[in-house]
Write a protein that binds this ligand. Structure first.
Ligand code: SF4
Length: 352
Protein backbone atom coordinates (compact mmCIF):
# COMPACT_ATOMS: atom_id res chain seq x y z
CA UNK A 1 0.00 0.00 0.00
CA UNK A 2 1.35 3.42 -0.90
CA UNK A 3 1.66 6.14 1.68
CA UNK A 4 1.81 9.93 1.23
CA UNK A 5 4.10 11.79 3.58
CA UNK A 6 4.03 15.59 3.61
CA UNK A 7 7.46 17.08 4.26
CA UNK A 8 7.69 20.70 5.32
CA UNK A 9 11.27 20.76 6.55
CA UNK A 10 14.39 18.87 5.63
CA UNK A 11 14.52 17.50 9.17
CA UNK A 12 11.10 15.89 8.57
CA UNK A 13 12.83 13.35 6.36
CA UNK A 14 14.49 11.83 9.36
CA UNK A 15 11.67 12.45 11.85
CA UNK A 16 8.73 11.22 9.82
CA UNK A 17 9.99 8.59 7.47
CA UNK A 18 11.41 6.12 9.93
CA UNK A 19 10.68 2.67 8.64
CA UNK A 20 10.18 3.82 5.05
CA UNK A 21 12.62 1.98 2.78
CA UNK A 22 12.78 4.97 0.40
CA UNK A 23 13.83 7.37 3.16
CA UNK A 24 17.58 7.46 2.43
CA UNK A 25 16.99 8.11 -1.29
CA UNK A 26 14.34 10.79 -0.65
CA UNK A 27 16.59 12.49 1.86
CA UNK A 28 19.45 12.52 -0.64
CA UNK A 29 17.27 14.01 -3.37
CA UNK A 30 15.99 16.67 -1.03
CA UNK A 31 19.41 17.63 0.23
CA UNK A 32 20.90 18.07 -3.23
CA UNK A 33 18.00 19.15 -5.40
CA UNK A 34 15.60 21.96 -6.08
CA UNK A 35 13.28 20.74 -3.34
CA UNK A 36 16.03 21.32 -0.81
CA UNK A 37 16.30 24.92 -2.01
CA UNK A 38 12.60 25.45 -1.50
CA UNK A 39 12.51 23.70 1.84
CA UNK A 40 15.30 25.98 3.05
CA UNK A 41 13.13 29.05 2.44
CA UNK A 42 9.90 27.73 3.94
CA UNK A 43 8.96 27.71 7.60
CA UNK A 44 7.85 30.12 10.28
CA UNK A 45 9.27 33.66 10.22
CA UNK A 46 9.27 36.84 12.23
CA UNK A 47 8.87 40.15 10.37
CA UNK A 48 10.12 43.23 12.17
CA UNK A 49 8.44 46.31 10.73
CA UNK A 50 10.35 49.56 11.01
CA UNK A 51 8.34 52.62 11.97
CA UNK A 52 8.23 55.26 10.63
CA UNK A 53 8.42 53.98 7.07
CA UNK A 54 6.79 54.71 3.72
CA UNK A 55 5.24 58.06 2.70
CA UNK A 56 6.53 61.29 4.24
CA UNK A 57 4.63 64.58 4.36
CA UNK A 58 6.37 65.89 1.22
CA UNK A 59 5.44 62.82 -0.84
CA UNK A 60 1.88 62.79 0.51
CA UNK A 61 1.54 66.43 -0.53
CA UNK A 62 3.03 65.94 -4.00
CA UNK A 63 0.78 62.96 -4.82
CA UNK A 64 -2.26 64.84 -3.49
CA UNK A 65 -1.39 67.86 -5.63
CA UNK A 66 -1.37 65.79 -8.85
CA UNK A 67 -4.63 64.05 -7.89
CA UNK A 68 -6.35 67.37 -7.15
CA UNK A 69 -5.12 69.06 -10.34
CA UNK A 70 -6.39 66.07 -12.33
CA UNK A 71 -9.74 66.33 -10.56
CA UNK A 72 -10.07 70.10 -11.01
CA UNK A 73 -8.55 70.64 -14.47
CA UNK A 74 -9.15 67.28 -16.11
CA UNK A 75 -6.72 65.09 -17.99
CA UNK A 76 -4.09 65.29 -19.21
CA UNK A 77 -2.01 66.96 -16.53
CA UNK A 78 1.70 67.12 -17.32
CA UNK A 79 4.25 66.40 -14.61
CA UNK A 80 7.91 67.33 -15.06
CA UNK A 81 9.96 64.25 -14.07
CA UNK A 82 8.62 61.57 -11.74
CA UNK A 83 6.47 63.32 -9.15
CA UNK A 84 8.23 61.16 -6.53
CA UNK A 85 10.76 58.43 -7.21
CA UNK A 86 8.51 55.37 -7.18
CA UNK A 87 7.39 53.26 -10.13
CA UNK A 88 4.08 52.31 -8.53
CA UNK A 89 3.09 55.88 -7.69
CA UNK A 90 3.98 56.99 -11.21
CA UNK A 91 2.02 54.09 -12.75
CA UNK A 92 -1.06 54.83 -10.62
CA UNK A 93 -1.05 58.54 -11.52
CA UNK A 94 -0.45 57.71 -15.18
CA UNK A 95 -3.58 55.57 -15.01
CA UNK A 96 -5.51 58.59 -13.72
CA UNK A 97 -4.33 60.78 -16.61
CA UNK A 98 -0.99 62.25 -15.54
CA UNK A 99 1.63 62.52 -18.30
CA UNK A 100 5.20 62.43 -17.06
CA UNK A 101 7.77 64.28 -19.18
CA UNK A 102 11.50 64.78 -18.87
CA UNK A 103 11.57 68.15 -20.56
CA UNK A 104 9.18 71.09 -20.59
CA UNK A 105 9.43 71.19 -24.40
CA UNK A 106 7.23 68.07 -24.37
CA UNK A 107 4.38 70.06 -22.77
CA UNK A 108 2.08 71.86 -25.23
CA UNK A 109 2.11 75.67 -24.81
CA UNK A 110 -0.43 76.97 -22.31
CA UNK A 111 -0.99 73.61 -20.58
CA UNK A 112 -0.70 72.83 -16.88
CA UNK A 113 2.55 71.37 -15.58
CA UNK A 114 3.31 70.13 -12.07
CA UNK A 115 6.87 70.41 -10.76
CA UNK A 116 7.94 67.32 -8.82
CA UNK A 117 8.70 67.07 -5.08
CA UNK A 118 12.44 67.29 -5.84
CA UNK A 119 12.30 70.93 -6.93
CA UNK A 120 13.54 72.76 -10.03
CA UNK A 121 16.17 75.36 -10.89
CA UNK A 122 15.28 78.97 -11.76
CA UNK A 123 16.11 78.13 -15.39
CA UNK A 124 13.27 75.58 -15.45
CA UNK A 125 10.85 78.12 -13.98
CA UNK A 126 11.91 80.61 -16.64
CA UNK A 127 11.40 78.02 -19.38
CA UNK A 128 7.88 77.31 -18.09
CA UNK A 129 7.10 81.04 -18.22
CA UNK A 130 8.46 81.24 -21.80
CA UNK A 131 6.04 78.50 -22.83
CA UNK A 132 3.06 80.11 -21.00
CA UNK A 133 2.66 77.01 -18.87
CA UNK A 134 0.39 77.08 -15.85
CA UNK A 135 2.69 75.83 -13.08
CA UNK A 136 1.62 73.97 -9.97
CA UNK A 137 4.63 73.54 -7.73
CA UNK A 138 4.82 70.30 -5.72
CA UNK A 139 8.38 70.97 -4.50
CA UNK A 140 8.63 69.68 -0.93
CA UNK A 141 8.83 72.66 1.46
CA UNK A 142 11.96 71.11 2.99
CA UNK A 143 13.67 71.08 -0.42
CA UNK A 144 12.49 74.66 -1.00
CA UNK A 145 14.20 75.59 2.29
CA UNK A 146 17.56 74.37 0.91
CA UNK A 147 17.00 76.40 -2.28
CA UNK A 148 16.36 79.52 -0.17
CA UNK A 149 19.55 78.92 1.83
CA UNK A 150 21.54 78.47 -1.38
CA UNK A 151 20.29 81.82 -2.69
CA UNK A 152 21.01 83.56 0.65
CA UNK A 153 24.52 82.13 1.07
CA UNK A 154 25.48 82.84 -2.53
CA UNK A 155 24.09 86.40 -2.37
CA UNK A 156 26.41 87.28 0.52
CA UNK A 157 29.42 86.17 -1.52
CA UNK A 158 30.07 82.71 -0.05
CA UNK A 159 31.31 79.71 -1.91
CA UNK A 160 28.51 77.24 -1.16
CA UNK A 161 29.49 73.59 -0.83
CA UNK A 162 26.54 71.34 -1.55
CA UNK A 163 26.92 67.81 -0.16
CA UNK A 164 24.88 65.50 -2.37
CA UNK A 165 24.76 62.99 -5.19
CA UNK A 166 25.63 64.17 -8.71
CA UNK A 167 22.79 63.90 -11.17
CA UNK A 168 19.99 63.67 -8.59
CA UNK A 169 17.11 65.99 -9.53
CA UNK A 170 17.13 67.72 -6.14
CA UNK A 171 20.85 68.45 -6.50
CA UNK A 172 20.41 69.72 -10.08
CA UNK A 173 17.73 72.13 -8.92
CA UNK A 174 19.80 73.52 -6.02
CA UNK A 175 22.94 73.89 -8.16
CA UNK A 176 20.86 75.92 -10.59
CA UNK A 177 20.15 78.57 -7.93
CA UNK A 178 23.71 79.93 -8.21
CA UNK A 179 25.77 77.84 -10.64
CA UNK A 180 28.89 80.02 -10.27
CA UNK A 181 28.85 79.97 -6.46
CA UNK A 182 27.84 76.37 -5.61
CA UNK A 183 30.23 73.41 -5.78
CA UNK A 184 29.12 69.83 -5.31
CA UNK A 185 30.96 67.32 -3.11
CA UNK A 186 29.88 63.72 -2.76
CA UNK A 187 32.35 62.40 -0.19
CA UNK A 188 35.41 63.10 1.93
CA UNK A 189 37.75 62.58 -1.05
CA UNK A 190 35.95 65.40 -2.90
CA UNK A 191 36.50 67.69 0.10
CA UNK A 192 40.26 67.10 -0.10
CA UNK A 193 40.22 68.08 -3.79
CA UNK A 194 38.22 71.30 -3.32
CA UNK A 195 39.74 74.52 -4.67
CA UNK A 196 37.96 77.69 -3.55
CA UNK A 197 38.55 81.43 -3.96
CA UNK A 198 38.28 82.70 -0.38
CA UNK A 199 38.45 79.95 2.28
CA UNK A 200 37.12 82.47 4.86
CA UNK A 201 33.81 82.84 3.05
CA UNK A 202 32.44 79.33 2.89
CA UNK A 203 29.12 77.74 3.72
CA UNK A 204 27.60 74.33 3.16
CA UNK A 205 24.23 72.75 2.47
CA UNK A 206 23.16 69.14 2.03
CA UNK A 207 20.69 67.17 -0.05
CA UNK A 208 17.67 66.30 2.10
CA UNK A 209 17.87 62.52 1.73
CA UNK A 210 21.48 61.72 2.61
CA UNK A 211 22.68 59.20 5.17
CA UNK A 212 23.13 61.02 8.46
CA UNK A 213 26.32 59.17 9.47
CA UNK A 214 28.08 59.65 6.12
CA UNK A 215 27.14 63.32 5.97
CA UNK A 216 28.61 63.96 9.42
CA UNK A 217 31.95 62.64 8.10
CA UNK A 218 31.86 64.92 5.06
CA UNK A 219 30.85 68.00 7.07
CA UNK A 220 33.57 67.25 9.66
CA UNK A 221 36.10 67.10 6.82
CA UNK A 222 34.82 70.44 5.50
CA UNK A 223 35.10 72.04 8.96
CA UNK A 224 38.63 70.69 9.34
CA UNK A 225 39.67 72.31 6.04
CA UNK A 226 37.61 75.50 6.43
CA UNK A 227 37.27 76.36 10.15
CA UNK A 228 35.11 79.42 9.40
CA UNK A 229 32.53 77.29 7.53
CA UNK A 230 28.90 78.37 7.98
CA UNK A 231 26.05 75.89 7.88
CA UNK A 232 22.28 75.93 7.60
CA UNK A 233 20.29 77.12 10.63
CA UNK A 234 18.66 73.69 10.93
CA UNK A 235 19.79 70.41 9.40
CA UNK A 236 19.02 70.01 5.70
CA UNK A 237 18.65 66.22 5.95
CA UNK A 238 14.92 66.06 6.47
CA UNK A 239 13.01 64.58 9.41
CA UNK A 240 11.65 61.77 7.18
CA UNK A 241 15.08 60.59 6.03
CA UNK A 242 16.45 60.78 9.57
CA UNK A 243 13.50 58.90 11.08
CA UNK A 244 13.56 56.13 8.45
CA UNK A 245 17.27 55.61 9.02
CA UNK A 246 16.78 55.43 12.80
CA UNK A 247 13.86 53.01 12.52
CA UNK A 248 15.85 50.87 10.06
CA UNK A 249 18.61 50.57 12.65
CA UNK A 250 16.02 49.58 15.26
CA UNK A 251 15.20 46.42 13.26
CA UNK A 252 18.41 45.65 11.35
CA UNK A 253 20.29 44.55 14.46
CA UNK A 254 17.73 41.82 15.20
CA UNK A 255 17.20 40.73 11.58
CA UNK A 256 18.93 38.11 9.40
CA UNK A 257 17.88 40.07 6.31
CA UNK A 258 16.45 43.52 5.62
CA UNK A 259 14.07 44.27 2.76
CA UNK A 260 13.60 47.91 1.76
CA UNK A 261 10.60 48.68 -0.42
CA UNK A 262 11.49 51.47 -2.83
CA UNK A 263 12.57 52.20 -6.37
CA UNK A 264 16.14 52.18 -7.60
CA UNK A 265 16.19 55.95 -8.21
CA UNK A 266 14.90 56.73 -4.70
CA UNK A 267 17.80 58.30 -2.81
CA UNK A 268 16.39 57.82 0.67
CA UNK A 269 15.53 54.15 -0.07
CA UNK A 270 19.06 53.43 -1.35
CA UNK A 271 20.51 55.01 1.79
CA UNK A 272 18.46 52.57 3.92
CA UNK A 273 19.88 49.56 2.06
CA UNK A 274 23.44 50.87 2.43
CA UNK A 275 22.92 51.69 6.10
CA UNK A 276 21.78 48.16 6.88
CA UNK A 277 24.71 46.71 4.95
CA UNK A 278 27.17 49.01 6.76
CA UNK A 279 25.79 47.68 10.04
CA UNK A 280 26.33 44.08 8.94
CA UNK A 281 22.83 42.98 7.96
CA UNK A 282 22.32 41.94 4.32
CA UNK A 283 19.71 44.15 2.64
CA UNK A 284 17.94 44.35 -0.70
CA UNK A 285 15.92 47.06 -2.41
CA UNK A 286 12.65 45.80 -3.89
CA UNK A 287 10.00 47.61 -5.89
CA UNK A 288 7.44 45.12 -4.60
CA UNK A 289 7.02 41.52 -3.41
CA UNK A 290 7.69 40.13 -6.89
CA UNK A 291 11.32 41.25 -6.64
CA UNK A 292 12.05 38.96 -3.67
CA UNK A 293 14.44 36.16 -4.66
CA UNK A 294 13.90 32.85 -2.81
CA UNK A 295 17.66 32.47 -2.37
CA UNK A 296 17.71 35.61 -0.17
CA UNK A 297 15.44 33.86 2.31
CA UNK A 298 17.39 30.63 2.77
CA UNK A 299 17.88 30.14 6.49
CA UNK A 300 16.38 33.56 7.25
CA UNK A 301 14.05 33.44 10.24
CA UNK A 302 13.79 37.19 11.00
CA UNK A 303 13.18 39.73 8.24
CA UNK A 304 13.50 43.46 8.89
CA UNK A 305 11.06 45.32 6.65
CA UNK A 306 10.82 49.00 5.83
CA UNK A 307 9.96 51.33 2.95
CA UNK A 308 11.48 54.52 1.64
CA UNK A 309 9.62 57.82 1.88
CA UNK A 310 8.22 57.53 -1.66
CA UNK A 311 6.94 53.92 -1.41
CA UNK A 312 3.25 53.28 -0.60
CA UNK A 313 2.66 51.28 2.58
CA UNK A 314 0.33 48.86 0.76
CA UNK A 315 3.46 47.41 -0.88
CA UNK A 316 4.81 46.59 2.58
CA UNK A 317 1.60 44.71 3.40
CA UNK A 318 1.94 42.81 0.14
CA UNK A 319 5.47 41.76 1.07
CA UNK A 320 4.18 40.41 4.39
CA UNK A 321 1.46 38.49 2.54
CA UNK A 322 4.05 37.06 0.13
CA UNK A 323 6.27 35.92 2.98
CA UNK A 324 3.18 34.34 4.51
CA UNK A 325 3.04 32.06 1.48
CA UNK A 326 6.26 30.44 2.64
CA UNK A 327 5.11 29.71 6.18
CA UNK A 328 3.50 31.31 9.21
CA UNK A 329 4.58 34.93 9.74
CA UNK A 330 4.56 36.76 13.04
CA UNK A 331 4.71 40.54 12.65
CA UNK A 332 6.11 42.90 15.27
CA UNK A 333 6.54 46.66 14.82
CA UNK A 334 9.43 48.73 16.15
CA UNK A 335 8.22 52.32 16.17
CA UNK A 336 10.82 54.84 17.25
CA UNK A 337 8.62 57.93 16.84
CA UNK A 338 5.23 59.03 15.50
CA UNK A 339 5.32 61.51 12.64
CA UNK A 340 2.67 64.23 12.76
CA UNK A 341 4.14 66.69 10.23
CA UNK A 342 1.78 67.72 7.42
CA UNK A 343 2.38 70.30 4.71
CA UNK A 344 -0.37 72.53 3.31
CA UNK A 345 -1.28 72.47 -0.37
CA UNK A 346 -0.60 75.37 -2.75
CA UNK A 347 -3.65 77.44 -3.78
CA UNK A 348 -3.09 76.33 -7.39
CA UNK A 349 -3.93 72.78 -6.24
CA UNK A 350 -7.28 73.83 -4.87
CA UNK A 351 -6.20 74.63 -1.30
CA UNK A 352 -8.50 77.15 0.36
S1 SF4 B 1 11.97 62.77 1.87
FE1 SF4 B 1 12.10 64.70 3.05
S2 SF4 B 1 12.64 66.27 1.58
FE2 SF4 B 1 11.93 64.49 0.40
S3 SF4 B 1 9.74 64.86 0.09
FE3 SF4 B 1 9.91 63.67 1.98
S4 SF4 B 1 9.98 65.23 3.65
FE4 SF4 B 1 10.41 66.28 1.70
Amino acid sequence: MSQVIVLTRLSDVDDRTIGCPAAPMVAGELRSGVLADWLSVTGPRMVLLAGPRSFCAGVDRAVEIVARVLRDRGRPVYVRKQIVHNVHVVAELTGLGAVFVDDLDEVPRGETVVFSAHGVSPAVRARAADRDLSVVDATCPLVAKVHAEARRFAARGDTVVLVGHAGHEEVEGILGEAPDAIVLVEDVADVARLRVGDPERMSYLTQTTLAVDETVEVVDALRARFPGLHGPSTEDICYASTNRQSSLLAVAGEADLVLVVGSSNSSNSLRLVELSQRHGTPAHLIDDASDIRPSWLAGVRTVGLTAGASAPDRLVREVIAALGGLGPVEVAERTITRETIRFGLPSAAGAS
